[in-house]
Design a protein around this ligand. Structure first.
Ligand code: SF4
Length: 448
């Protein structure tokens, strides 16, 4: 085991990749070669026994694919998955058999994951039978009753069917089923997001209790940072297939090092007014995982995106100019709609309207040359010269965040993280943002 990773790290993932080929898709025909959805793209983490690592990110960031891939339920495109010292990436179903019992999954929708035609007794005893647990049928049924009691249901519920339970109770049954084979590693994929808020906390408490009781390593996948604090020891924040920050939970909530983590946290309701921060609304659409942005993948939406050295204005002005550029490049600037809305063909009027609608700042806030570029691009767009307009802004507003890939840097002391920290993160964790890198562009933060 590498120095620095705790000896009891049960799961270690290095440079894990999962791509889905898009055969015969539109892009195929366009570029003449197979494009891939890069659902998971170079992920590293480690989980100790008895520890909970939460993976957090918006819908479509690849976190659910990550959970299935770590369990080898998906073919791995590249990278390593070490479970209790053994490499399991790429093992066949037969080779995985000894490990299946030791790793289980809990899904978002408990009813969909439970066979409606089987009684709860059958649902719970079937995995035991497959894995040779229990002396006989009576013993297995007794174990099932014990487990139901342990997850807060009644022993007599073995005779019931899934539809006879509430959503929260169904999730308790699903948790009991996962525990029947005494797993060491559990992946819980949004286990509470289909439940009423009132029962979410109960299920989270149950998971935490069981995990501590059975010393289970838990990978907890969620889009909802507000539930993370209750369950997680550490958090990995995921964006477009990559982990952008790993941190102990308390540090992440107190002091997020990555602008994406900060934006997600700003949306979490806080009871304490002292810790309440203004909500950061992320602008722009989430880019496609088929063709992710160059450099830092978050640069198209990042509120802290770094201006180039020769930028004469402030950072918010650059952020606004970049948003205008991205809207133009994404085809969101629509002169026809503007003309229809204004009821005129006047190019100047349309160009002015396009700037008002697509530049999230007053044009006077931009340095003079940038304002001229924006106005000229809007004018070109208004005359139908789209290619010239996009070429103009594409060259004019280029952030180092777009051209340089950020390193993963330890959040505590600004030292580049080594291999060890990439997997576990250590006491402080790391973040992949130029803002945290003393040798990166744009540091320190305050200089713009
Ligand atoms: S590298 Fe640049 S774009 Fe990426 S998170 Fe940091 S400041 Fe934002």
């Amino acid at each position: 085991m590498s120095a620095g990773i705790p000896d009891d790290a049960l799961v270690q993932v290095r440079d894990l990749r999962k791509y889905y080929p898009q055969a015969d898709g539109f892009l195929d025909r366009l570029v003449g070669e197979s494009a891939s959805v890069r659902a998971v793209d170079g992920v590293d983490f480690a989980i100790e026994r008895g520890e909970t690592l939460a993976v957090v990110g918006e819908s479509g960031c690849g976190k659910s694919t990550l959970g299935r891939t770590v369990l080898n339920l998906e073919d791995v495109t590249g990278g390593e998955i070490e479970f209790d010292g053994d490499e399991i990436a790429g093992l066949s179903d037969r080779e995985m058999r000894p490990y299946r019992r030791r790793m289980q999954m809990i899904f978002q929708d408990p009813l969909a994951s439970l066979n409606p035609r089987q009684s709860v007794g059958s649902i719970l005893t079937a995995p035991m039978e497959v894995h040779g647990i229990g002396d006989d049928d009576d013993d297995r049924l007794e174990r099932a009753r014990d487990l139901l009691e342990r997850v807060g249901l009644e022993r007599g519920h073995v005779d019931r069917y899934p539809h006879q339970f509430s959503g929260g109770q169904q999730q308790r049954v699903a948790i009991a089923r996962a525990l029947t084979v005494e797993p060491e590693f559990l992946v819980a994929d949004e286990p509470t997001s289909a439940l009423d808020v009132s029962v979410q906390a109960q299920i989270l408490n149950l998971l935490s209790e069981l995990q501590a009781e059975f010393d289970i390593a838990l990978l907890f996948i969620t889009h909802d940072l507000s539930v993370v604090r209750q369950v997680a020891d550490r958090v990995a924040v995921m964006y477009l297939g990559e982990i952008v920050e790993t941190a102990p939970t308390e540090r992440l909530f107190a002091e997020p090092a990555h602008p994406y983590s900060a934006a997600l946290l700003s949306a979490v309701p806080r009871i304490d007014p002292e810790t309440r921060t203004d909500r950061t609304l992320l602008t722009g659409t989430v880019p496609s995982p088929i063709d992710p942005p160059t450099g830092c993948r978050f640069h198209t939406r990042c509120p802290a995106v770094i201006p180039p050295d020769d930028w004469r204005g402030d950072q918010p002005a650059f952020r606004a100019a970049l948003a205008f550029r991205n809207r133009l490049l994404d085809g969101e600037v629509d002169p026809d709609a503007a003309a229809a809305r204004l009821g005129t063909d006047d190019v100047d009027a349309i160009a002015t309207y396009l700037v008002e609608q697509s530049l999230p700042a007053e044009i006077d806030a931009l340095p003079e040359s940038a304002a001229e570029t924006v106005s000229e691009a809007a004018r070109l767009a208004a005359t139908g010269a789209d290619d010239e307009a996009t070429a103009l802004v594409a060259d004019a507003f280029v952030s180092p965040c777009e051209t340089q890939r950020p390193r993963r840097v330890a959040a505590a002391d600004g030292v580049a993280a080594g291999d060890v920290d990439l997997a576990h993160g250590g006491d402080a964790g790391w973040a992949a943002c130029h803002r945290n890198d003393p040798e990166g562009p744009g540091s320190p933060v305050a200089d713009d």
